[in-house]
Design a protein around this ligand. Structure first.
Ligand SMILES: Cc1cc2nc3c(=O)[nH]c(=O)nc-3n(C[C@H](O)[C@H](O)[C@H](O)COP(=O)(O)OP(=O)(O)OC[C@H]3O[C@@H](n4cnc5c(N)ncnc54)[C@H](O)[C@@H]3O)c2cc1C
Length: 377
């Protein structure tokens, strides 16, 4: 008899895990609980949908690389329409003479990056005037079809027997009495209690408050970042690549005949209420004029805030809790949750089913890992 697994959270992380558990044959023993009426209403529905593997922490890179593979060659059920638009990424960072970025070596090994001259950069992205002095071309990066991917994960999970229940909020834990700290289930907002052998916290920005109820300190900070989509603009070409200036803090990609732009703003917030900061509109407009000058004065059609849950080392928390038996983490995805979703779900499912996994990767993601110094926001 398989163990009964409860997943808290129907964003991309929890839904991907549900699909992989279904694939592993334990769907009928899995329940996913989402407090909203629909899946994917928080960070999963608020993001820029960019697949980027060129990031500093190697564990995050490894997951993003695998997720890219999944999106390019998805299983049969997913392949009726593409999950990834490979527009490529022009990435500007650093200054000449700076140490080479941490992600470069494996990207060279994967044959996934090219160092480019300013002339080539202007050919690829004529609208981009970066402050970062070194430019790289990463052709396999792109734009993920988030809604389709989420829907396919949920569809496949349900078909494999996973019960996905929306409008079901977990408000408390049920623990066993005894010398060992062990979770035995959860209590829902309507008072119902559900038993479980393992509870997976895939609750995004609510992971820290859920852990606080167990007196577990999580090194996670809930932060807000804004995105805007401009009104349709004649000068924008829908085939442009993603452009990202790590030095100036700006990224952009075509969206709905205009541009989707972030000023890479960051502030620590409570997850609720999530309110947009009007000052960021100004910051966005200023940065866009500087870094995307040929696009002119982009008028904003949509502007919204989203939640990113950051860990101290920018690596997700994935694995069994160090103190409480029966508690498993799948949270802290920061700004990488779309880029790593498929591989993170697969790894978590393998661990929960006792299949052998990459031990080095598992150790790098383990909630029990030691983080030397927290990175500043
Ligand atoms: C502005 C912005 C831009 C971003 N751009 C990118 C990008 O380009 N590429 C990329 O890879 N990543 C990006 N991200 C990050 C990405 O969106 C997140 O890492 C990812 O969505 C996290 O997914 P999740 O499933 O962990 O969280 P969520 O999507 O937030 O899902 C958590 C779910 O848990 C539910 N929940 C919470 N508490 C409970 C409870 N008690 N009971 C039941 N359900 C509960 C919530 O309702 C929610 O649906 C961006 C994020 C933001 C904000």
């Amino acid at each position: 008899m398989s163990q009964r697994i409860l997943i808290i959270g129907g964003g991309m992380a929890g839904t991907s895990l549900a699909w992989w558990l279904g694939e592993s044959g334990v769907g009928r023993h899995t329940v996913l609980l989402e407090r909203e009426k629909l899946l994917g209403q928080h960070a999963t529905g608020q993001n820029a949908a960019i697949l980027r593997s060129a990031v500093t922490p190697w564990a995050t890179r490894a997951l993003a690389h695998e997720t890219g593979r999944f999106l390019r060659h998805p299983p049969k059920d997913f392949s009726d329409a593409p999950l990834l638009k490979e527009r490529g990424l022009v990435l500007a960072e650093g200054a000449e003479g700076d140490p080479l970025p941490a992600w470069l070596e494996d990207h060279l090994e994967w044959n996934a990056v090219e160092s480019i001259t300013p002339t080539r950069q202007r050919q690829l992205a004529p609208h981009f005037n970066p402050e970062g002095e070194r430019c790289w071309w990463i052709p396999s990066a792109g734009e993920i079809e988030v809604a389709r991917l989420l829907e396919r994960f949920a569809f496949g999970a349900r078909r494999a027997g996973v019960r996905i229940e929306t409008g079901r909020e977990v408000v408390d834990w049920i623990t066993s009495s005894g010398p060992e700290r062990r979770l035995t289930g959860v209590r829902l907002a309507d008072g119902e209690e559900l038993e479980a052998d393992v509870v997976v916290v895939a609750a995004g920005a609510w992971a820290p408050s859920l852990s606080a109820r167990l007196s577990i300190a999580t090194p996670m900070r809930v932060t807000r970042r804004h995105l805007m989509v401009s009104a349709p603009a004649q000068d924008v070409c829908s085939e442009w690549p993603v452009v990202w200036d790590d030095r100036a803090g700006l990224y952009a990609r075509p969206e709905s005949s205009g541009l989707l732009v972030s000023a890479c703003d960051i502030s620590e917030v409570q997850p609720e209420p999530l309110i947009a900061d009007p000052d960021v509109r100004q910051l966005l407009a200023e940065k866009a004029l500087r870094i995307l000058p040929s696009c002119g004065d982009l008028s904003m059609a949509h502007f919204w805030p989203g939640l990113r849950t950051l860990t101290d080392d920018d690596v997700p928390w994935l694995g069994q809790d160090a103190e409480v038996a029966g508690l498993f983490w799948l949270a802290g995805f920061g700004g990488h949750g779309m880029s790593v979703c498929a591989a993170a779900g697969q790894l978590a499912a393998d661990m929960l089913c006792g299949h052998s996994t990459n031990e080095e990767l598992q150790a790098a993601l383990a909630p029990s890992r030691q983080v030397a110094v927290a990175a500043p926001l």
